[in-house]
Design a protein around this ligand. Sequence first.
Ligand code: NAP
Ligand code: GCO
Length: 264
Amino acid sequence: MNTGFSLTGKVALVTGAAYGIGFAIAEALAMAGAKICFNCRGEKHMADALDAYRQKGIEAHGYFCDVTNEDQVKRMVSQIEQEVGVIDILVNNAGIIKRIPMTEMSVEDFREVIDIDLTAAFIMAKAVIPGMLQKGHGKIINICSMMSELGRETVSAYAAAKGGLKMLTRNICSEYGGANIQCNGIGPGYIATPQTAPLRERQPDGSRHPFDRFIVSKTPAGRWGTPEDLMGPAVFLASDASNFVNGQILYVDGGILAYIGKQP
Ligand code: NAP
Ligand code: GCO
């Protein structure tokens, strides 16, 4: 049976995939047969990432690029087209969070989060869509968040950006679905990566961080997610298996969004 999950011969670009969720998604796409391109900003991250991909047996192509800079993005995309091929799959994964109460947050900090977590996805999609139109197909996967649906104290900019990213996802679907481009999102729950490390730090007395305990009790699966939990969903949304799935956000959250929480 051909289930349509193979990515053999496809060119995939995963942004911010030197480590964390992006790295695991790139690894999954490579396992399914795709050629992997990724970008990051720092020299040390690049060297470590290339080494980590090599250790996994993946010949990844790494590019220095800040995803908020349209000139750098255009340069990277045309370099990939020359060196690897026209991009079939884009994963907008690069992202940051700033946990600051709203009334203490500077507008510069707010704008930086919106720029990286939302505007950059527009810049990236705008740069790859012409190649996808030429090829007659394309997959864009935006890494959203539970904060595409929910708020929480201190993450106003992040929630605003990830909510916007959900709507950018639906709009790309609306605008380019007719050209055989599918744009979907993955909404990870709480995943153990450097981004969430401060929420899992041990307390001075060795006990678990209260937020860590809160998340485990709020998650029906009873644990934090791992980057590996996102591998299957990413392959599905990158492959022909999802050709009639468009404009959706697939929440991969161990059930948090379905659960009201334990009564006290
Ligand atoms: P992470 O460990 O902090 O990694 C983020 C990556 O984004 C880094 O590789 C970083 O690269 C890159 N990046 C940030 N700004 C960039 C820029 N301007 N240009 C290029 N690259 C940039 O985060 P993560 O937890 O793996 O998260 C990955 C994505 O999933 C993010 O969009 C995040 O919001 C989302 N997400 C995470 C969770 C979670 O619980 N961890 C849950 C839901 C959604 P450099 O090192 O080069 O800066
Ligand atoms: C936070 C977290 C979250 C998660 C994730 C949830 O401070 O609440 O960092 O925002 O990282 O995006 O899906």
